[in-house]
Design a protein around this ligand. Structure first.
Ligand code: ZN
Length: 134
């Protein structure tokens, strides 16, 4: 697990009117406080990306839908997350989706691009990551 100061730029790369948003005002609000639930699928998706960057296994498990949650999380050593770009998102009732592209470099130095349309479901007022569609 890695730590990040609240005034650092958020790993998810969110901009507000062209300015970088700090970790404390973005994903850190959820990663550092289990009581604070991400209010939208996009906020949850961004916080889960930041959780991969910061290797926060418990957060990833806690925000994973119980039907699809893995037993535990392992982080590959040497992996570096290079950036996130959200292409679109939407909510219909208690279902939500986020289309994004994440770039990651593996331990051998090879950079790859992960494009995913993630699905989310709201239960008791909290969003959970359901699964990914290609
Ligand atoms: Zn963020």
């Amino acid at each position: 697990m890695l730590t990040l100061a609240h005034q650092q730029p958020c790993p998810c790369g969110r901009l507000d009117r062209g300015r970088v948003v700090t970790y404390g005002q973005c994903c850190g609000a959820y990663l550092e406080n289990a009581e604070q639930a991400a209010p939208t699928p996009q906020a949850l998706m961004r916080s889960r990306y930041s959780a991969y960057v910061l290797e926060r296994g418990p957060y990833l498990l806690a925000t994973w839908h119980a039907d699809h949650r893995p037993e535990d999380m392992a982080f590959e050593p040497g992996v570096k997350w290079l950036g996130l770009e959200v292409r679109g998102d939407g909510v219909a009732g208690d279902q939500g989706w986020v289309h994004f592209v994440a770039r990651v470099r593996d331990a051998s130095g090879r950079a790859t691009r992960l494009e995913e349309r993630s699905r989310f479901e709201r239960q008791d007022g909290r969003w959970f990551y359901l699964d990914a569609q290609g």
